[in-house]
Design a protein around this ligand. Sequence first.
Ligand code: ADE
Length: 263
Amino acid sequence: MEKDVEIGIFGGTGIYDSGLLENTQEIDIDTPYGKPSDTITVGTFKGRKIAFLPRHGKKHTIPPHRINFRANIWAFKELGVTRIIAPSAVGSLKEELEPGHFVLPSQFLDFTKSRDGSFSEDGRVIHISVADPFCPELHSSITKVTDNQNIKIHKDCTYVCIEGPRFSTKAESKFYRTTGADIIGMTLVPECQLAREAQICYASISTVTDYDVWAEKPVTAKDVLETLSKNVEGTKKILTELIEKIPKTRSCSCAKALEEAEF
Ligand code: ADE
């Protein structure tokens, strides 16, 4: 088993291959939690070893509430991944966050219902802090890249994670707006918190695909895909430069998430 992979990328809706990697190998991994979403593509890019896994599977067959998040994070950890970049599609809860814009969530509100969100089990009680759930070092690398490429990215945003796979009712959407949250999606939780438990740095790069259902025209899956297909190249361009910009050694505290977290 490879153990020297540095960076893991979870492809979101519309991103089923990284399109960047050289000398690729498909790795079929089993974990104590079952299989990850698909085989993991491991390859190199600009001298860095990267693992790529589309979280909905390569053929988009796994709905958000059925993703085996624990297996996905466990498999990345097995490969040696210490940094995860997680592109995703989101709806907007604010007028100024327009379809096509990029967003960097820094907080989340968890409205999921039935997901296995921890590696903590009977006999191993873990209480990690998610006061700041995302890696500050990755955030700073991402904003350096978007500044460099003159791409607008909304920072310090709050992501509402719903269970899905259905979209929200108008009442739910209006309620989420009253919380002050900015964007809404179905996959950030528990992915980011499992990464923290695994002491892996994690950052999400979200692409706004729609105005959810609070605006005039309720979102459809077709709208989401149409906007995403226009934005996939932008996301890949960010990833291309980001991989070079991520520092080789970690100076954040993500690697120490379990210190003082266990009974
Ligand atoms: N993913 C993309 N758009 C979404 C929305 N409006 N609600 C939940 N998840 C989404």
